[in-house]
Write a protein that binds this ligand. Structure first.
Ligand code: MN3
Length: 383
């Protein structure tokens, strides 16, 4: 097997740290040549000492200075800000870029990495949600593979192996339903931050855990799936599957449904993206179907969790509306995490923003970023 040299954007987050664990488990074939973090430089310092990249980037100049002091015994290029992220994403030696940053900050570095011909292991949803209309044609033009790291999209990707020439009749995108599955809207009005942060199956970062509770995470994944697999919106069926064992599936013309099952462990999609098309040992517990016993499937409650419905609305509106959806949600979740708004206000803010912000057809990257800013400004002026 050919070895792979990685650049990791967001090495201290949930996906980043799990990617590094996989590197540790496969030291002969995987190495890290560049990586970035936001503000957690304590952990970042340890990672740099252990994985020995030659180029790193942090959020700002102050942190870069601090890191330089901490790592004064090591020869290392330290950069910061967007310039730093782009340098990591395009690091000469890297063949694969793992985009594990959270938020639209991932858009520009991903485009730079595609332009530099790097394989993309995509864990940053916002990139496709906001700029899928630019990213997908660009990747095609550059002959660059975009390998999904999200568990659902990885499952779909795996289900399409050897089936690319066959017509997809639908994509079955599974959702756990989150901690509030089965609750009524009235019950949601009183849920606390603590309750929202308790995901039944997956252990993830705070933002995405809240997104699972609102089901807006699934909304973002619907948009991601549409771009990745080139299907139309009405071919994507969200299915609530509380056990999180079937990670998603594809139904073909003949009615055959091919899916991928496994334990809820993000390391599997990461591993699959890093070694695609090969499979490697996943050092964790394998799925015991006897222990699972029953798999169930339910229709999502689009009325209670109307943030999910809004994603379909945003995607069919197109233009910059998916960006508004995403940016408004980012802002609303941060307000919720800071106890400034209630849980049910999250989709309300998204909905109002979608109405308020001016529509832009076929937005450029600059317009996508402007839309994000306008959405933030609107929310700050109102909440
Ligand atoms: Mn997912």
């Amino acid at each position: 097997m050919a070895s792979s040299k990685l650049a990791i954007l967001g090495s201290t987050g949930s996906i980043g740290t799990q990617t590094l664990e996989i590197v540790s488990q496969n030291p002969d074939v995987l190495s890290v040549v560049a990586m970035s973090c936001g503000r957690n430089i304590e952990l970042f310092e340890q990672q740099v000492r252990k994985y020995k990249p030659s180029l790193v980037a942090v959020a700002d100049e102050q942190l870069a200075k601090e890191l330089k002091d901490r790592l004064s015994d090591i020869k290392l290029d330290i950069m910061y800000g967007m310039e730093g992220l782009i340098a990591v994403a395009t690091a000469q030696e890297a063949d694969t870029v793992v985009t594990a940053v959270v938020g639209m900050i991932g858009v520009r570095p991903t485009i730079a990495a595609i332009n530099a011909g790097k394989t993309i292991a995509l864990a940053n949803k916002e990139t496709l949600v906001t700029a899928g209309h630019i990213i997908m044609p660009l990747a095609k033009e550059k002959g660059v593979s975009i390998l999904p790291v999200d568990s659902e999209h990885s499952a779909i990707f795996q289900s399409l192996n050897g089936e690319r020439h066959n017509k997809i009749s639908k994509i079955i995108l599974t959702a756990s339903g989150g901690p509030f599955r089965g609750k009524t809207y009235e019950e949601l009005e009183n849920v606390t931050l603590e309750q929202a942060l308790k995901h039944p199956n997956w252990s993830m970062g705070a933002k995405i855990t809240v997104d699972s509770a609102t089901m807006i995470n699934k909304g973002l994944e619907v948009m991601e799936a549409k771009w990745l697999f080139g299907v139309s919106l009405n071919q994507i069926e969200v299915t609530v599957h509380p056990q999180s064992i079937l990670h998603s599936a594809v139904e073909f013309e003949d009615g055959a449904i091919i899916g991928q099952m496994g334990t809820p462990d993000m390391k599997l999609p990461i591993l699959y993206a890093l070694f695609y098309p090969d499979r490697k040992t996943l050092y964790s517990e394998s799925l015991d179907l006897f222990k699972v016993g029953t798999l169930t499937f339910e229709r999502p409650d689009f009325e209670t969790f109307y943030g999910l419905q809004l994603a379909f609305d945003a995607m069919s509106a197109g233009g910059n509306v998916p960006t508004v959806y995403n940016a408004a949600n980012e802002k609303a979740v941060s307000l919720f995490l800071n106890n400034k708004i209630s849980f049910v206000e999250i989709p309300e803010i998204v909905s109002e923003s979608m109405i308020e912000i001016d529509y832009i057809d076929n937005p450029t990257i600059e317009q996508v970023l402007e839309t994000e800013k306008m959405t933030y400004d609107f929310i700050e002026s109102r909440w």
